[in-house]
Design a binder for this molecule. Structure first.
Ligand SMILES: [Zn+2]
Length: 210
């Protein structure tokens, strides 16, 4: 018999009004739904011990095009395509690098209407982050939460790590073909066009990395 599971998919606009209801749905635990869940995460204590957590950040409002920090001095925002979730701490708090959570975060971000909307599974990107600037990149749009109560997960619709926005970000050829007459042909990683070795794909303009 296969185990029970729940699936979260970012294309399905899954939202909850209360954090506790999202937690109960995801984990199949039975927290008292009348008691409000105060922490920003589940599990609330030492999430570093957990391979994943559920995180409920509140998105910052904008005024005159600028994000307004919360009373705690935090600014949270999502890129328009939901690929990045950014947390800025305007207090200049510098966490001990060992205290950063490096597991996966299932994010339900609170929108301007007060609903916690599921956005995807994110991971802190250390290279893009700074001392008080934390960039989380979405690594999957879906997740399967396994067990009752939950004890594991499986990523669904993982975002390709070589996904690029610009043809000017060099990509390795998808394939390299050595012809018998000595010419070398590349298959473009962006458009699959086959062409004689050159710095750019003549079809789509993709910059090629050797
Ligand atoms: Zn191409």
């Amino acid at each position: 018999m296969s185990e029970e599971y729940r699936i979260l998919n970012a294309s399905e606009n899954i939202s909850f009004i209360k954090k506790i209801d999202a937690i109960n749905w995801c984990t199949e635990k039975d927290y008292n739904s009348n008691v409000s869940w105060q922490p920003a995460c589940w599990p609330s204590n030492n999430p570093k011990s957990s391979s994943f957590r559920i995180w409920f950040p509140r998105l910052s409002d904008k005024r005159n095009g600028e994000y307004i920090p919360t009373s705690s001095g935090f600014i949270n925002y999502l890129s328009e395509d939901w690929r990045f979730f950014i947390f800025d701490d305007t207090n200049g708090y510098n966490p001990d690098p060992d205290d950063r959570y490096l597991g996966l975060s299932i994010i339900f971000a609170k929108d301007y209407y007060g609903d916690y909307v599921y956005r995807g599974v994110y991971k802190l990107d250390l290279e893009k982050s700074g001392a008080n600037h934390f960039v989380h990149e979405r690594i999957a749009t879906g997740v399967k939460l396994i067990g009752k109560p939950v004890h594991g997960f499986e990523l669904l619709n993982e975002v390709e790590t070589n996904e690029v926005d610009s043809i000017n970000t060099a990509l390795k050829p998808k394939d390299i073909i050595f012809k018998q007459n000595g010419t070398v042909k590349y298959i473009c990683a962006r458009c699959d066009y086959e062409f004689v070795k050159s710095p750019r794909c003549p079809e789509c303009g993709q910059l090629i990395r050797e």
